[in-house]
Design a protein around this ligand. Structure first.
Ligand code: ADP
Ligand code: TRP
Length: 331
């Protein structure tokens, strides 16, 4: 039997290089393999913890769908859907909430970061925290467990959420007997955290991103903004310490990467290194960018693909939820 692989991206911003390298690229590679059956989705209800404007939600959701498809997701092979189109996920969320100790949520990173920030700022502890943020990990556990996922490709920041999903599966299994498979994370060690323009983790929260489908002139400008040190053009440079190299490696071929290593060692100016990075990204993204623009112009096409995906997903989630409800005595 094929292993199941599953991942979701929430529509809270435009897809950036970090999302692509850390989540989408490895996920698409897994989906191509005959060993795996992939389910990939847009975590729109997770996005609602942050995005609370209808038009913005609609546009960002379309953007994520178009990005996956433009980058090569084959909806015939991959079950590709919108989380909100699979109601079983939300029913299971409640069921899982009832076996999840509240203390587990208190320790979740995203919630803790917000409450620590409030404490530091002398605010009330839960200032600005909605219940969606607080119970976010339970919904994510439901996403994963309902599909019996074996592997979950995500960036390193999501590791704790996968561990929480395993814990919750364990609590349920202990109470009601073996039901859920324990999922494993699938993290690309080499590219676990893609640095942003300022050298910190690339993230929309830090405003340091390079959007993946940026048009060439803007892409060039953004790449030129990447922070570098003041070494002279001819100085030998350590490629392992360079954000430019870290990004280049993700878009260039193996041979190009080894040539670039030599050029760093022999001395390459930052300007030249940035120009090479621009060519590598632009070269790889020209085709996907065109497909992305085309898809954004025909949302009906994407709607049809997502509707079919949700239908396919529910062929397995609905009977599994029935099984779960029997176990808890609701059916
Ligand atoms: P952001 O940090 O910009 O808000 P998300 O939290 O929406 O991004 O992340 C979507 C997916 O992309 C997740 O699997 C996450 O781990 C991955 N990801 C985001 N930023 C990076 C990064 N800089 N490097 C590697 N993976 C990342
Ligand atoms: N929490 C993930 C993120 O912020 C998105 C997500 C929601 C997810 N449900 C998931 C990822 C299930 C993997 C599996 O990036």
């Amino acid at each position: 039997m094929k292993q199941r692989v599953l991942t979701g991206i929430k529509p809270t911003g435009r897809i950036h290089l970090g999302n692509y390298v850390g989540a989408i690229k490895p996920a698409l590679k897994l989906a191509e393999s005959e060993e795996f059956q992939a389910s990939y989705f847009i975590a729109d209800y997770h996005g609602m913890t942050k995005v609370q404007d209808a038009e913005e939600m609609r546009n960002l959701t379309r953007g994520i769908a178009a990005a996956w498809l433009a980058l090569g997701l084959d909806p015939e092979k991959v079950t590709f859907y919108r989380q909100s189109d699979v109601p079983e996920i939300f029913e299971l969320t409640w069921i899982l909430s009832c076996v999840t100790p509240k203390g587990l949520m208190n320790r979740a990173h995203a919630y803790k970061a917000m409450t620590d920030g409030n404490k530091g700022a002398g605010q009330e502890v839960d200032h600005g925290v909605n219940m969606g943020v607080y119970t976010y990990p339970v919904l994510m556990a439901s996403d994963i467990l309902l599909f019996q996922a074996d592997k979950v490709p995500v960036g390193k920041d999501q590791l704790q959420h996968i561990e929480i999903a395993r814990d919750i599966a364990g609590y349920f299994n202990k109470q009601y007997g073996g039901t859920f498979k324990l999922p494993e994370h699938f993290i690309q060690e080499q590219s676990a955290v893609v640095p942003g323009l300022d050298g910190r983790k690339m993230s929309k929260s830090y405003n340091n991103t390079i959007p993946l489908f940026e048009e060439p002139a803007k892409l060039k400008k953004l790449i030129n903004k990447i922070k570098t040190d003041s070494s002279l053009p001819t100085d030998p440079k350590d490629h392992d310490q360079s954000v430019i190299f870290a990004l280049y490696r993700e878009f260039a071929s193996q041979e190009e990467v080894s040539v670039m290593k030599d050029r760093f060692r022999d001395g390459i100016s930052w300007g030249e290194a940035k120009a090479e990075l621009f060519h590598a990204i632009n070269g790889k993204m020209t085709g996907p960018r065109e497909r992305y623009m085309e898809l954004m112009g025909s949302p009906e096409k994407m709607e049809a693909i997502l509707a079919r995906g949700a239908q396919r997903a529910r062929e397995t989630t609905a009977p599994f939820l029935t099984e779960i409800k029997k176990k808890i005595g609701i059916l």
